[in-house]
Design a protein around this ligand. Structure first.
Ligand code: 5GP
Ligand code: MN
Length: 322
């Protein structure tokens, strides 16, 4: 841990300690890191006697429903009694799906792109996951208060954001955190709880997505799509798209994989994954989105053809790095 981060966390801690009410919030379509960060931080704050609320506009996806306290997460932004709002694992407040409240906001995150809200924002792009930053804060605040429940929440974020320790963002910080968290409680079952409880509807969507695979740019770009109607026709919900883009990027020779998902009629949410040749956070930023170098996203309005051609138009400028 470098000195700069240490002093950053001290300033952040002073601000947190001085607040009586702290709302913890993350992005729409929350992933494991968003859920783990919100729940872990929320439970810690509650335990040390703060007034706190956990907020996720889309609630907790079923993949993470095994975590304790998921029923306490609210899907409305009610900041009554709150002195500040902590935005976790999201590059900007708009990603929460709510308007920014009239409260001081601090951002704790590891995304490369985004907005800053306070001098105490803790944005460390080398952190394996946002839960790793939460863990650093909790350790300095009161290490003894990190209990089994909190450890499981944080481990879930770590496991999923590193894609089960597959990606380079895992080393060696992620392994140190995994060691620490697994010394507090047993976490061996979490991988199976997250990844081996898929609903049949996931596979119905996956079959459609695989049938629609399209290759461009010397077969180094692969994309597929899920239409709005696919959800009702297969009985799938938004959570069932999770992991489909991994199949696209897992193809040999493919350097960038994209899933265009129409959650809302006429709005295509792009899940973009890469293997290191192109900085996808920067590419997606050109389309109003952001994320990480190898995992990013954005939204494009219009028909499928329009969304695809808009993406290809931007991609064309990056294709020289393939
Ligand atoms: P996913 O494909 O799993 O939805 O997102 C991949 C990564 O990109 C995540 O870290 C997510 O937070 C980020 N991301 C996805 N969509 C957007 C977006 O529209 N704007 C920004 N700033 N980040 C996004
Ligand atoms: Mn994350």
């Amino acid at each position: 841990m470098n000195k700069q981060m240490d002093s950053k966390i001290l300033g952040l801690l002073n601000m947190l300690k001085g607040a009586r009410g702290i709302a913890v919030i993350s992005h729409v379509h929350p992933d494991g890191d968003a859920v783990g960060s919100v729940l872990g931080f929320y439970h810690f704050l509650k335990k040390i006697g703060k007034n706190t609320v956990a907020i996720l506009k889309d609630g907790v996806p079923y993949q993470y429903s095994f975590l304790e306290g998921v029923n306490e997460v609210r899907n409305v932004l009610d900041c009554e009694g709150m002195d500040m709002c902590v935005l976790v694992d999201a590059s900007e407040f708009a990603r929460t799906g709510f308007e920014k409240p009239e409260l001081p906001v601090i951002r704790i995150d590891h995304h490369k792109t985004g907005e800053f809200y306070s001098e105490h924002d803790l944005v460390i792009t080398t952190a394996p996951a946002t839960v790793s930053l939460i863990l650093e804060i909790l350790k300095r605040w009161n290490k003894d208060m990190i209990d089994e429940k909190i450890a499981r929440m944080l481990y879930t974020g770590l496991l999923t954001d590193t894609v089960s320790f597959l990606h380079a963002n895992s080393f060696p910080w992620a392994f140190r955190d995994a060691l620490f968290l697994s010394s507090i409680t047993s976490v061996e079952d979490i991988g199976s709880l997250v990844y081996e409880r898929k609903r049949k509807a996931f596979y119905y969507l996956l079959v459609r997505a695989l049938e629609r695979l399209t290759f461009k740019f010397w077969e180094k770009l692969a994309y597929t799509y899920i239409k709005y109607e696919d959800f009702s026709e297969t009985g799938a919900s938004a959570e069932d798209t999770d992991g489909i883009v991994r199949h696209v990027i897992s193809i040999e020779g493919v350097e960038v994989g994209v899933n265009f998902i129409e959650y809302e009629k006429g709005v295509w949410k792009l899940s973009v994954r890469g293997k290191g040749k192109i900085d996808l956070a920067l590419l997606c930023e050109e389309l109003g989105g952001g994320g990480h170098k190898n995992a990013a996203g954005c939204s494009i309005k219009g028909t499928l053809e329009q969304a695809v051609s808009e993406f290809l138009r931007i991609f064309d400028r990056w294709a020289k790095y393939l």
